[in-house]
Design a protein around this ligand. Structure first.
Ligand SMILES: C[S@@+](CC[C@H](N)C(=O)[O-])C[C@H]1O[C@@H](n2cnc3c(N)ncnc32)[C@H](O)[C@@H]1O
Length: 417
């Protein structure tokens, strides 16, 4: 081997020394494919001479490397027309791999899917994204292109497990870091309200760290998996779930007399509003809570109007108002101040100093996702005549460390959330 250094067979996961079944005392040393004849004319002459003078016998050996040997990228390169970009990366959700094939690759979608299933032992189903995610429940439109048509799966995020049907509910594994970041800001014993909770990636970890959680989603399928995940993670003693519109949910929590209609077309039981109030033991005058989350970035800002005048002043007299964490998309050219201005327009009043705008992730070249966190000002919470048609214009000053322009003097400044 030392002598033949540089000429021996060298391929990942394959040995170059083989035993011969009918010659137990001898071994085969495989040479590289570039050595193609028994005269060893492809080898440097001094090496060849030494080899031929030694006691080794040179023989021809056929080695077939089959489909099972080659990685997906190599196979797809050979199968797809020349010049096509080979799709080898995908996002996985449990046993499901999710690809986003370009139009030119659609005629080959099934064979691409099959190679990816064959070559990734943990993947059993391949789906391709179809169209954009514009529907109300933010569910991907997708098509199974290979493997089992089973979209029911389970994923893990930190200490929590989540069951979901990827074709029926929203799930994005890329938000794992953000779920953790926000939950890390909650303290055990605090009360957290998740207005668009999906299947529970904020609600379950918050409960696991000892928060008491009220979680809601309008999609009946999300509500179903939310309740499944609450039980799966054994936090059913501190998470309460419902299925209704986010505004109704917030109004019900703040004013248990509010008449609203939880959905009545669910698979399991869903209480009517009065039963919820009773079962959740909502106090007259409304629930005291520390945090509210609105993670529906496409339209969550529009929901902020619900906070205007929603709170009972008497009940919240000596209690700090909650922190609101509202997700939103913004164009690359938009500033933090633009985001704050939009929120203020929906809230109907100015925010106080101490707002935080956190960049969550780049979604597309001109689209980024942010989380705006702020403590609800009293003037807005108690609807003290602050609703204005126009957004305030000095939003820059509401950013952390800025000076407040329209600030209610009594407002406590938002410190660490
Ligand atoms: C972007 S997903 C976020 C889900 C979850 N918070 C997460 O981080 O994975 C938005 C969720 O809002 C729900 N939704 C849409 N419109 C709603 C509404 N009017 N009221 C309550 N939930 C709504 C959708 O069903 C979806 O589950």
């Amino acid at each position: 081997m030392k002598l033949l250094n540089g000429y021996t067979f060298d391929k990942p996961r394959l040995r170059c020394i083989l035993s011969e079944p009918d010659r137990p005392d001898s071994r085969l040393l495989l040479l590289a494919e570039k050595v193609q004849n028994e005269e060893l004319t492809d080898i440097r002459s001094d090496v060849r001479e030494k080899v031929l003078q030694s006691s080794v016998e040179v023989v021809t050996y056929d080695l077939t490397l089959e489909y099972s040997y080659w990685p997906a990228e190599h196979i797809l390169k050979r199968l797809l027309p020349e010049g096509c970009e080979v799709p080898t990366s995908f996002e996985s959700v449990g046993h499901i791999a999710h690809v986003n094939l370009r139009d030119e690759l659609l005629p080959f979608k099934n064979i691409i899917g099959q190679v990816l299933v064959d070559k990734n032992p943990s993947i059993r189903t391949i789906v391709n994204k179809v169209g954009t995610i514009e529907n109300k429940y933010r569910v991907f439109q997708m098509e199974v292109i290979a493997g089992e048509s089973d979209l029911e799966t389970e994923v893990k995020q930190y200490k929590a497990r989540f069951r979901l049907n990827y074709g029926e509910v929203y799930w994005n594994s890329r938000l794992e870091q953000e779920h953790k970041r926000l939950v890390d800001t909650f303290r055990p014993g605090q009360v957290v309200v998740d207005m668009m909770a999906g299947i529970g990636p904020f609600a379950v970890p918050a409960a696991q760290k000892g928060c008491s959680v009220y979680a809601n989603d309008l999609n009946p399928k999300s509500y179903h998996y939310l309740t499944v995940n609450i039980k799966l993670n054994k936090v059913d003693n501190i998470v309460k779930a419902s299925c209704m519109d986010a505004r109704d949910f917030m109004r019900l929590l703040c004013n248990p007399g509010h008449s609203c209609s939880p959905r009545n077309d669910l698979e399991g039981d869903q209480d009517n509003a009065e039963n919820l109030v009773e079962r959740w033991k909502l106090p007259e005058g409304g629930l005291h809570f520390h945090h509210a989350i609105l993670n529906l970035p496409a339209t969550a800002v529009e929901f902020l109007d619900v906070f205007n005048g929603c709170f009972n002043q008497e009940r919240w007299r000596d209690v700090p108002l909650p922190f609101i964490h509202c997700y939103t998309f913004a164009k690359a050219a938009e500033t933090d101040a633009d985001i704050i201005s939009r929120a203020e327009a929906a809230l109907g009043g100015a925010l106080s100093k101490g707002c935080q705008v956190h960049l969550v992730r780049d979604v597309a070249p001109n689209k980024r996702m942010f989380c705006l966190s702020f403590q609800l000002p009293e003037a807005i919470a108690f609807g003290q005549g602050v609703r204005t048609a126009e957004a305030p214009t000095d939003a820059d000053e509401r950013l952390n460390n800025g000076e407040s322009g329209h600030q209610d003097k009594k407002q406590k400044i938002a410190g660490a959330c």
